[in-house]
Design a binder for this molecule. Sequence first.
Ligand code: PEP
Ligand code: MN
Length: 337
Amino acid sequence: MVIVMRADAPKQEIEKIKERVETGNRKVSVMEGRDYCVLGIIGDTTDIDVNEIEANEHVEKVMKVQQSYKLANRMFHLDNSVIRVRDKTIGGQDLAVIAGPCSVESEDQILNLARKVKECGATFLRGGAFKPRTSPYSFQGMKLEGLELLKLAREETGLPIVTEIMSADMIERFVEDVDVIQVGARNMQNFELLKELGRTRKSILLKRGLSATIEELLMSAEYIMSEGNSNVILCERGIRTFETYTRNTLDLSAVLAIKKLSHLPVIVDPSHAAGLWWMVEPLAKASVAVGADGIMIEVHNDPANAKCDGQQSIKPERFRALMEDITAMAGSIRRIV
Ligand code: PEP
Ligand code: MN
């Protein structure tokens, strides 16, 4: 970190700032010229509040050299993290394919879809039991009953289950019942929930917030990891831009950026990004091409009558075709990192 002092900053003010940041293993070197004074800080600066220093009237600006996340940072963990979930891995050689309906609707529906996606080669089953809906009058999910049905589907197919948690009071139950706990886009910055999940050792699928920057996503991962849980998988699911044709704008460059900045696995959810079923297959292939560790796809056998997100759900036949293409592609793609 570099602190540029104002040209007229009094000596004692410079000294005060120096004393303030020079703690623990941090060293400060002062470079002074005729018209300038710059403080160079060497060591871990993650706990320095940049805004607080910039609020000082004698400070011109603060430049960060180091990112504010540490445990999620590739700098301190050069190898890719591989997250183990039952007999599967995310972030290793194999592409993780998480597929299933937006929400669990009935026993028949989830068992049928679980069998079908498994047969096509999916490695995880998804299905929302607790649904974060924009309108309080929309279907809110089957809740605990939905969780039981997911367990039934796991028992029958052997597919690990991925489902969204909405509040911390459900953590105990989710730890018991679920294989990967999803934190949805709307809860990406629910820091209390993240901290509580950090105290478990469950795999957490953290989705990028609707308008979150890559750094904010990584800071949220840091919240989970700083409590001791390093089993974090990141998910790019589209962000809000001025474009309205698609539900969100899929930011594929985020996959590359995250791979450079962090060692955590990153998957892509083209369903929620596009919001249009006919874009899901090509965007899923593009995600694989760009080096994602996995994809999350909404599959429904009757999208027109789905209780949630039918417009972005593909039918099992299309999912089968997608899996065939992806399997053929995966062998020929050189993983970037
Ligand atoms: C979902 O995966 O069902 C979901 C609600 O996604 P997101 O949080 O990305 O909107
Ligand atoms: Mn959905």
